[in-house]
Design a protein around this ligand. Structure first.
Ligand code: GRG
Length: 292
């Protein structure tokens, strides 16, 4: 059921994100790496989460969510491109293919990342589906989550933490910023545009916070126990870079325990929101048990 939903949404998102990029008037040698960057391969989990959260409120105009969803995936894609650069995590593979700086060069990867980040805001601000007030909300939320106090601070702290022995609390802080902010904002924007009340937005925002932690914990587990073909990059890359991860700090058993605990906390917050969208719970399950 949920797999079919994910597939349907991927089929909706993939051509749209490609069309948005294809429609740009660009030199061919810039467009090629841009299309390479946005072509299918990613799981599109963030836009799917946003759509599921939005649909929980049975909104009248279902097209409203498209531009914010595409923008979020563009921001996520930019973050992965820059994260893979030699100055950051220095990874050669992503989504089962060469990273942009490997397939092209560093300058191209930096520029494609910059371009996707700015284009995301353009796509929302010129949307013909959103009211002016909605655009401001979406732009504010996206810029805050991806900005200095959000993902950028998380990335900075993560890079600084290499070769350091972090405690669980510090790990949580880094990941709530680095990975968690975009996941959380997906849920929040979906709820707001769907017409959620302020208490519902608050409860779902907390749901998103736990979901982000569950996602990262599973990512760390996959780096230890995953399969290279499934995760699209070599297993053990965290260990190789001497990074603090949940399994390293807590051991695998305890890591699985806290993952379960956060999944339960997320479920409680979902209940607090008093909505009927079992897909969000199924997505929580997928986040916690995914193999890719
Ligand atoms: C460069 C400013 C800047 C930020 C980068 C999110 C991030 C910040 C870096 C990613 C590092 C990383 C691999 C973290 C693990 C969790 C994660 C975000 C995995 C990738 O997300 P998926 O699995 O990827 O949703 P796909 O390819 O499916 O879109």
């Amino acid at each position: 059921m949920i797999n079919q939903y994910i597939q349907e949404k991927q089929n909706e998102i993939n051509p749209l994100i490609k069309d948005e990029c294809q429609s740009l008037n660009l030199p061919e040698r810039l467009k090629q790496p841009l299309i390479y960057a946005v072509e299918a391969g990613g799981k599109r989990l963030r836009p799917i989460l946003m759509m599921a959260s939005f649909e929980a409120f049975q909104p009248k105009s279902t097209d409203k969510i498209i531009h914010p969803a595409l923008a979020l995936e563009m921001i996520h894609t930019y973050s992965l491109i820059h994260d893979d650069l030699p100055a950051m995590d220095d990874d050669d593979f992503r989504r089962g293919r060469y990273t942009i700086h490997k397939a092209y060069d560093d300058a191209t990867a930096i520029l494609i990342g910059d371009g996707l980040l700015t284009y995301a805001f353009q796509v929302v601000s010129r949307s013909n589906q959103l009211e002016a007030e909605e655009k401001i909300y979406v732009l504010q939320q996206l810029s805050q989550a991806s900005g200095l106090e959000g993902m950028i601070a998380g990335q900075f702290l993560d890079l600084q933490s290499e070769n350091q022995n972090l405690q669980e609390e510090e790990l949580n802080n880094i990941h709530q910023l680095k990975t968690g902010q975009l996941i959380r904002v997906a849920i929040k924007i979906g709820a707001y545009l769907g017409g959620a009340t302020p208490p519902q937005i608050e409860a779902l925002d907390e749901f998103g916070r736990y979901l982000g932690l569950v996602f990262q914990i599973q990512d760390d587990i996959l780096d230890v126990k995953g399969n290279k073909d499934d995760i699209g990059k070599p297993v053990g890359s965290d260990e190789e870079k001497n990074k603090s991860t949940y399994p390293k700090v807590l051991g695998l058993n305890q890591t699985n325990e806290i993952k379960k605990h956060y999944m339960q906390q997320a479920k409680k917050k979902y209940d607090d929101a008093r909505i009927n969208q079992p897909r969000l719970l199924e997505l929580l399950q997928i986040f916690g048990e995914r193999t890719s």
